[in-house]
Design a protein around this ligand. Sequence first.
Ligand code: C5P
Length: 237
Amino acid sequence: MINAKDVIIACDFPSAEATFEFLDKFKDEQRKPFLKIGMELYYAAGNEVVREIKRRGHKIFLDLKLHDIPNTVRKAMKVLSALDVDMVNVHASGTVAMMRAALEGLTREDGSRPLLIAVTQLTSTSEQTMREELLINASINDTIARYAANAKEAGLDGVVCSPLEASLVKEACGNDFMTVTPGIRFADAKADDQVRITTPAKAREIGSDYIVVGRPITAADNPVAAYRRCVEEFLGE
Ligand code: C5P
């Protein structure tokens, strides 16, 4: 599955009911969308919603961004691996040792495991905040390239980053290292609160492997049509 390209819909809903109301619109679609479940939905609806979505045949990126001591992350990942999700993530700032532990915890007895990616620097953190609050003097780009290289060293499959950083990551870590990129908007749409954005077609051009798309699909008048448009622009299907 590594280097497969796909569109992931961010299911940023407050409850299982709202999620299934949305997913019911896709019932007759041939292509089952790959879905991202983040903290909001997971903390509200827990493993039950994950299992039901898997039962309906969707792939799941469980976006919980783990960051703790290696032993705790190893054990937590073991639990998530048993849920049979397809992709999970950690913060790269948790260190190479923590990322290695995450990978160990995720790997099942038969050697299979979900994809594991790392958040480098959150796009909400500015260079000024890094310098003044976190006492990190390196530039954002240097930090992203180094954190991505750390994730690669730990054996991870890739990173979450802005599409505008995807080529930087590919340069630092090679083309096989996956980039999963939010911040996607159609050329004719509003940006919402996203700042560094690009279109599905441009994201593909600059090296995204998976695009994560929330409101352009979930808040569209016709979410199925918006999803199809994303797939067409990103995958050319
Ligand atoms: O609605 P929108 O397309 O902006 O949703 C993007 C999704 O990607 C949200 O779930 C958001 O939390 C997530 N995300 C992001 N930027 C990051 C990391 C994650 O927008 N740097």
